[in-house]
Structures are given as C-alpha cells and as structure tokens.
Design a protein around this ligand. Structure first.
Ligand code: FE
Length: 200
C-alpha cells in the first residue's frame, strides 16, 4: 500500500474493482470471496490469540518459541493464514507495557485477532497513541499504566505485524489453559486493555 492515506470509499472501490477482476479472470468465485469474508468475520478472531497466550502462560518452552518466531509457534497450533506471515509477539513484563498500532493504515495480525476493530483504523487513534500513549489509554480506554512501567508503542506494517503477550495474572496458579483463555481479551493483546480479573 502506498504512503498516501486513502478514504474508506476509495479503498472500498478498489477492493470492488479487484474483486471483479479476480472473478472475471476465473481466479476466484463470488462464493469463495463470500466464504473468506465469513471466515474472518465469524471464525477467526481473538479467541485464537487467547489460545496461544494461554499456552504461552502454561508452557515456558512454547513461550520462548513464540517470542522468538510468533508465526512459526502459532503454526504449531494450526493457526496461520492471511496477514499472519510475519507476526511478532511483544511480551509485557513488570517493567514494560506494549501497545500496537499501524500508523500508516491498519496492519493487524488477522490469524490471531481477526479483523481490526474500527477504532484501530481511526486516524485519531493512530496519531495519538504514538504521541501520548498513556493519555490515550487513560482517556479512551480507562486504563492507567503505572508511571514506573515503561510504555512501548509498536508500529506495524505489512512486513511486521505485532501483537502483545499480556502478563499472566496472579491467582491463576494451577489453572488449566481452558480456564486461562476466559481471561484473555482482544484489547489485552492490542495493549489497550488488561486481562480479566481473578475473583478471590
Ligand atoms: Fe497498515
């Protein structure tokens, strides 16, 4: 994609033109395209990323492989596909909080998070999160990162799609991966939210 930011209408028109061309040339059928949209709207979503995170929390060797090469580690769980060829996982720690953005357009790791939410594509989020991440988290997402924790913002591109490995919450010792999955939100893997809290 060129550096020029396009409007939604321009993008929609281009997609429509490309779609017509692929159908005319017999590369794709309308059914195949409809099926693909359905897959990314209903079947591929943050529940897959949550599965990866829960495994990483439970299996230190898998976590090491995930941080080393996210796309390869996800493939071990049968998770791969469009827009997921070059994923990079950044790990939250006691001292570092990570956030992802695509300042140029809306690059996002589809195989693990599904399609990006509208606000992720919003020029305002894309500009403000890099300039004043703490303020955006606080004001737009109601989430305060302690001053003692460094905030890092990762700018994705078509070559490199980042996502966040949140910290495992205290009080979940002995939990199964299925239980852990229930705590992991989409926003915690974008870095604009936290994982669910553990009832004591
Ligand atoms: Fe992008």
């Amino acid at each position: 994609m060129s550096a020029k930011i396009r409007t939604q209408e321009e993008i929609a028109a281009r997609v429509k033109a490309l779609e017509s061309m692929l159908i005319e040339q017999g590369v794709m059928t309308t059914q195949a395209i409809d099926r693909m949209v359905e897959i990314y709207e209903h079947e591929v979503g943050p529940q897959l990323g949550a599965k990866v995170v829960a495994k990483a929390w439970s299996d230190p060797e898998f976590k090491a492989r995930l941080v080393e090469n996210a796309s390869a580690a996800c493939k071990e769980l049968g998770i791969s596909g469009l827009q997921g060829e070059d994923m990079v996982v950044v790990e939250n720690t006691d001292t570092v909080h990570n956030i992802i953005v695509c300042t140029l357009c809306s690059c996002y790791p589809w195989p693990v998070l599904g399609l990006p939410p509208n606000w992720y594509k919003d020029p305002q989020y894309r500009a403000a999160i890099t300039r004043e991440p703490r303020r955006v988290l606080r004001e737009a997402f109601g989430f305060t990162v302690p001053e003692t924790v460094e905030v890092r913002v990762w700018d994705s591109s078509s070559e490199m799609r980042y996502w966040v490995l949140p910290q495992r919450p205290a009080g979940t010792e002995g939990w199964s991966q299925e239980q852990l999955v229930g705590l992991i939100t989409r926003d915690s893997m974008i870095g604009v939210g936290t994982v669910g809290s553990v009832a004591s």
